[in-house]
Design a protein around this ligand. Structure first.
Ligand code: 6PG
Length: 481
């Protein structure tokens, strides 16, 4: 299948993301070689979507590697986990130390760090998060490459060419060493989970508390998309809610089973946050909301035993618009809270792993191409641009003001939901995060006292230095450190 001229780049794995990325790379002027484990798939791609394009296919790894110019640039687009290890092991005998292998899947960042160490000296390994789904891969994704900077510098012209573009430049930057790129992509997905869950809860409130139909809610979201909530996810929410089921004539969303699936990146974000002790309650809530949703049969049984308050539709036509506006405020507050949690997790990981993440740059490359692209990323970028060491996004004046202005609305929304028995785990977690963060004194004094009572775990005092233990039966206290 090969022709004579060496190819600029190679790509392994022709599932839909791989195919689309291949077409994007070629369209931008980089001749490509492709390889897929099943040769029939390669042949089909070359005969159909890649017909007439400057793309060749090879049927063995060796021939594929030999078709690429040096230092070789090889992008792997296979399923995360064991398939990535299998492809790397297959490639290694044919590669030189200067060659660059890019894993473009949703790999776990610790796997990427392990692979970087494992293949050190054999080839240069780049773990690159790619966001934007099928459409993004084809027309311009957001790219989050991590690994050796000198490898990034070689890749930069191609990555810049294929990435999404905004007025702030191409949506790609060198994220950091080792697993940093995949970590940032993982947190992107965690924020994506929270963002989607917040939208879903707001949709639920608009439906159950206000009595709006799906197409009416779609119009509400379409309107919100014109303002400060403008984002890809709000835009496609409006599109989804306006779509009619061709079979029944009902809104299609009403015909979709309410059990959400997940591939793992949201859960990984929560697991990492637990390891780092960096709270991301809105993301955790979103992950568990999907788990709860998947227990449909159990929920149906529970509905027969556990009763809620029920309750009538809240708004009259007179106050309906005011209630919708208040929900927009609530969603805006919650979205800022969720992004603040995700950004704080990135800061914690950066400190733990010495990645020196540039949060302003990360906000910039999320402005286009990716699933969480949103108008909100502009002030986020500005906040970290003017103060890279910002302890929390919400401390930037723009965001402090926004949180203070919109707090009454989210309190009202959560209170109403609680009174009506409508679950709002991510909205309430977003609010609680802020209320916890802004509390100079928390009831952890009692936790410390209890720990000392049952386990002599000691405590500190507010009025003097030292570590204390109290014999709680007598009240006698000793300085123990
Ligand atoms: C993206 C997406 C993508 C992810 C899907 C599905 O940035 O393009 O995050 O990477 O695979 O969103 O993820 P779940 O199946 O876990 O919802």
């Amino acid at each position: 299948m090969a022709n004579e001229a060496l190819r600029h780049t190679g790509l392994i794995g022709l599932a839909v993301m791989g195919e689309n990325l291949a077409l994007n790379i070629e369209r931008n002027g980089f001749p490509l070689a492709v390889y897929n484990r099943t040769t029939a798939r390669t042949e089909e791609f070359l005969a159909e979507r890649a017909a007439g394009r400057n793309i060749i296919g090879e049927s063995t790894i060796e021939a594929f590697v030999n078709a690429i110019e040096r230092p070789r640039r090889i992008i792997i687009m296979v399923k995360a986990g064991a398939p990535v290890d299998a492809v790397l092991a297959e490639l290694q005998p044919f590669l030189d130390r200067d060659d660059i292998v890019i894993d473009g899947g949703n790999s776990l960042f610790s796997d990427t760090a392990r692979r970087s160490a494992e293949y050190q000296g054999a080839f240069r390994f780049v773990g690159m998060g790619i966001s934007g789904g099928e459409e993004g891969a084809l027309n311009g994704p957001s790219l989050m490459p991590g690994g050796p900077k000198e490898a990034y510098d070689i890749l930069e012209p191609m990555l810049t060419a294929i990435a999404a573009k905004t007025e702030a430049g191409a949506c790609v930057t060198h994220i950091g060493p080792g697993g940093a790129g995949h970590y940032v992509k993982m947190v992107h997905n965690g924020i994506e989970y929270a963002d989607m869950q917040l939208i879903a809860e707001t949709y639920d409130l608009l439906g159950r508390a206000l009595g709006l139909t799906a197409p009416e809610i779609g119009e509400v979201f379409a309107g919100w998309n014109q303002g400060r909530l403008s984002s890809y996810l709000v835009e496609i929410t409006a599109e989804v809610l306006a779509t009619v089921d061709r079979e029944t004539g009902n809104p299609l969303v009403d015909m979709i089973l309410d059990t959400a699936e997940q591939k793992g990146t949201g859960r990984w974000t929560s697991q990492s946050a637990l390891d780092l002790g960096s709270p991301i309650p809105a993301i955790d809530a979103a992950v568990f909301a999907r788990s709860m949703s998947s227990r449909k049969a159990e929920r149906e049984v529970a509905a027969e035993h556990l009763f809620g308050p029920g309750g009538a539709i809240l708004a009259t036509s007179a106050n309906r618009q005011a209630t919708i506006d208040a929900l927009e405020n609530a969603l805006y507050f919650a979205k800022i809270s969720a992004y603040a949690q995700g950004m704080a997790l990135l800061q914690a990981a950066s400190a733990e792993y010495d990645w020196e993440l540039d949060l302003a740059e990360i906000a910039r490359i999320w402005k286009g191409g990716c699933i969480i692209r949103a108008a909100l990323l502009d002030p986020i970028r500005e906040a970290y641009g003017s103060d890279p060491g910002l302890a929390n996004l919400m401390l930037a004046p723009f965001f402090s003001e926004a949180m203070n202005a919109n707090a009454p609305a989210i309190r009202q929304a959560v209170a109403t939901a609680v009174q009506m028995g409508i679950p709002v785990p991510a909205l309430s977690a977003s609010l609680t995060y802020v209320d916890t963060w802004r509390s100079p004194r928390l009831p952890a004094n009692l936790l410390q006292a209890l720990r000392d009572n049952f386990g002599a775990h000691t405590y500190r005092r507010i009025d003097r230095e030292g570590v204390f233990h109290t014999h709680w039966a007598t009240g006698e206290t000793e300085l123990v450190g």
